[in-house]
Design a protein around this ligand. Structure first.
Ligand code: C2O
Length: 551
C-alpha cells in the first residue's frame, strides 16, 4: 500500500451548457470533478484549498473512514466548513473496499457541481473476481441547472414550497442531443472497439433524481455496487439512486456494426409536484482503429435508441434492487450480524409545518414543506457535532434522545392522520461500541408515497429485507436474508414500502444518515448516530487534526 497525495483547488470556472454560461464552483476547474484513484489499502491525503467566498466541505461518499471520522466531511456533523482561503487536508485509508464510490461537497447544494469519481482498484497482487476488462470508464450521471442551485434551494426554503427542478440530466457533464440548444459537442461519446469487455463505473451524482439508464442493443452485467462485489447478473436497464454506484461489464459486439447506439438516462419518480421528465443521451460509438474513416463516419450512421421503464415503475425498481446479492464467498464473506443488539424503526417521509407568516407559504395547503425521520426535522447545529462530542460539550448543541420508534404510530401507507405537523430538533442516537443494529425504515404517505434513498455515513450495511406496504414485525422478519444480502451504503426506501438493514457499530464517531435527494435533506430528512469508543486503543476516535476548520 502507498500514500496518494491530491490537491483539490476549489475555484470558479465558466462552463456553458444549453446556451447558458455559469461560473461553476469546481475542483481544479473540472466539471465533473477530477477522479481520485487508489488501491485497496492505500492512504489518501487530499489537501482542499478554498479559493472561493463560498464555504465548502468535501465528503468521500461510501469510504468507511474506520477511525478517521474527522475526514468524513458533512458540514456541522464532523467538521465546520472550510472558509475562503482556508485549507484542510482530509486523511483516510481505504480498508476492505474495492469498486467505485464518489466524492462530493457536503454543504447546502454545492454537490450539484462539486463531485467526482473515487476509483478503488484491487490490491496490487489481487485481481477482479470477474473477467479482466480491456478498459475502465467512469460514467457520472448528473444534473445541470441554468441558474445557481444555491439560489434555488435558498428560495424554496424561504417560500416553504418546492424548489425549481434542474434543466437537464447529464452523462459525464453533457446533456446530449435530445435537449434544445445542446450543441453536438455537448454529447458524451463512449468510443469502443468491437469484441472487447469494458468495465463501466456508474455513479448517480444527480441532486434530486433517481435515474434509469440503458444502452440500445447491449446488455450489461452488474458486478459491484457501492464498492462491494456482487454475484454477477445481466440486465438491459440500470437503476441508481443518488449516491449509489454500480460497476458493470459491457461486452461489445464482435463485429463493427452499421449503427451507433444511444445510451439514455431519465428519472424514476412517484411523488407529487413538479419534476423533470426529460432524457439525457450519450453515444456508444464503435471504431475500427485500423480504418479511421469508419470512426469518422460514426456520426452519420443510424442511431438506435434504448427503451426505459415508465417514470413511476416501482415494480421494476424493487425487482432490480433485489437482484443485488453479496458474493458471500470464502474470499469475500458476508458478515451479516446474525443477532440483533438494538432494534430501531424509523419512518421516513415528507411532512409540513405551520406557515410562520400566514398566507405566504407555498407548501401543501399553505403550509411549509418539511421532511423528517420519525417525523422529526433535523436542525443542523452551529458547530460540528463530532467536535462537541469529542470535547464533551453537547450542551446546547445536540441531544441524545432520538426516538427508537415514531412518537405517534399510524397507518404509514394508508390515509395519514389529520395532524402530521413535523417537530424539530438536533436529536441523535447513542450507540455503544460494537452494538449490532437492526433498522427498519418505513416510507410514509403523508404527502404521497415517494422513494427515499437513505445513505449512512461511516458504514456499509446489509439490506436484509425489502417490502411494500406497512412493515409487519411479526411476519416480515422471517423473510429476512441473512446469508447473502447486498452490502451497501445507500438504499432506496421503497415508495409506500419498507427496507430492513443491519450493521455492526464498530466505527467510533458521529455518523450522518439522510435522504440523498438534496431537497429532502434540506427539508430535514436527516439524523445522526453517535458511536462511542471501544475499550482498545485501536477502537477509539483519535483527537482532531490540527488544521480542522473552526466555526
Ligand atoms: Cu453522499 Cu451525506 O452524502
Amino acid at each position: 500500500a502507498v500514500t496518494r497525495h491530491y490537491t483539490f483547488n476549489v475555484e470558479l470556472k465558466n462552463v456553458t451548457r444549453l446556451c447558458h454560461t455559469r461560473a461553476l464552483i469546481t475542483v481544479n476547474g473540472k466539471y465533473p470533478g477530477p477522479r481520485l484513484l487508489a488501491r485497496e489499502g492505500d492512504r489518501v491525503l487530499v489537501k482542499v484549498v478554498n479559493h472561493t467566498p463560498t464555504n465548502v466541505t468535501i465528503h468521500w461518499h461510501g469510504v468507511r473512514q474506520l477511525n478517521s471520522g474527522w475526514a468524513d466531511g458533512p458540514a456541522y456533523i464532523t467538521q465546520c466548513p472550510i472558509q475562503m482561503n482556508q485549507t484542510y487536508t482530509y486523511n483516510f485509508t481505504i480498508i476492505g473496499q474495492r469498486g467505485t464510490l464518489l466524492w462530493h461537497a457536503h454543504i447546502s447544494w454545492l454537490r450539484s457541481t462539486l463531485h467526482g469519481p473515487i476509483i478503488i482498484l484491487p490490491k496490487r497482487n489481487d485481481s477482479y473476481p470477474h473477467k479482466k476488462p480491456y478498459k475502465e470508464v467512469p460514467i457520472i450521471l448528473g444534473e445541470w441547472f441554468n441558474v445557481d442551485p444555491e439560489a434555488v434551494i435558498a428560495q424554496a426554503l424561504q417560500t416553504g414550497g418546492g424548489p425549481n427542478v434542474s434543466d437537464a440530466y447529464t452523462i459525464n457533464g453533457f446533456p446530449g442531443p435530445l435537449y434544445n440548444c445542446s450543441s453536438p459537442k455537448d454529447t458524451y461519446r463512449l468510443k469502443v472497439k468491437p469484441g472487447k469487455t469494458y468495465l463501466l463505473r456508474f455513479i448517480n451524482a444527480a441532486l434530486n433524481d433517481e435515474l434509469f439508464f440503458s444502452i440500445a442493443n447491449h446488455s450489461l452485467t452488474v458486478v459491484a455496487g457501492d464498492a462491494v462485489y456482487v454475484k454477477p447478473f445481466k440486465t438491459d436497464i440500470l437503476h441508481l439512486t443518488p449516491g449509489q454506484t454500480t460497476n458493470v461489464l459491457l461486452d461489445t459486439k464482435p463485429y463493427l456494426p452499421n449503427a451507433t447506439f444511444l445510451m439514455t438516462a431519465r428519472p424514476y419518480f412517484t411523488g407529487l409536484g413538479t419534476f423533470d421528465n426529460s432524457t439525457t443521451a450519450g453515444v456508444l460509438q464503435y471504431e475500427d482503429l485500423a480504418d479511421p474513416r469508419l470512426s469518422k463516419n460514426g456520426t452519420q450512421l443510424p442511431q438506435i435508441k434504448p427503451t426505459l421503464p415508465a417514470i413511476n415503475a416501482t415494480g421494476f425498481v424493487s425487482n432490480f434492487t433485489r437482484k443485488f446479492r453479496s458474493l458471500a464467498s470464502a474470499k469475500f464473506p458476508a458478515k451479516v450480524p446474525q443477532r440483533v443488539g438494538k432494534r430501531f424503526f424509523f419512518t421516513v417521509g415528507l411532512g409540513s409545518s405551520p406557515c410562520p407568516v400566514n398566507g405566504t407559504c407555498q407548501g401543501p395547503n399553505g403550509t411549509k414543506f418539511e421532511a423528517g425521520v420519525n417525523n422529526i426535522s433535523f436542525v443542523l447545529p452551529s458547530v460540528a457535532i463530532l467536535q462537541a462530542h469529542f470535547f464533551r460539550q453537547s450542551n446546547g448543541i445536540y441531544t441524545t434522545d432520538f426516538p427508537a420508534q415514531p412518537l405517534n404510530p399510524f397507518n404509514y401507507t394508508g390515509t395519514p392522520p389529520n395532524n402530521t405537523f413535523i417537530s424539530f430538533g438536533t436529536r441523535t442516537v447513542i450507540l455503544p461500541f460494537n452494538t449490532s443494529v437492526e433498522l427498519v425504515m418505513q416510507g410514509t404517505s403523508i404527502l404521497g408515497a415517494e422513494s427515499h434513498p437513505l445513505h449512512l455515513h461511516g458504514y456499509n450495511f446489509y439490506v436484509v429485507g425489502l417490502g411494500s406496504g406497512n412493515f409487519n414485525s411479526s411476519k416480515d422478519p422471517a423473510t429476512f436474508n441473512l446469508i447473502d444480502p447486498m452490502e451497501r451504503n445507500t438504499i432506496g426506501v421503497p415508495a409506500g414500502g419498507w427496507v430492513a438493514i443491519r450493521f455492526l457499530a464498530d466505527n467510533p464517531g458521529v455518523w450522518f444518515m439522510h435522504c440523498h435527494l438534496d431537497v429532502h435533506t434540506s427539508w430535514g430528512l436527516r439524523m445522526a448516530w453517535i458511536v462511542l469508543d471501544g475499550p482498545q486503543p485501536s477502537q477509539k476516535l483519535p483527537p482532531p487534526p490540527a488544521d480542522l476548520p473552526q466555526c
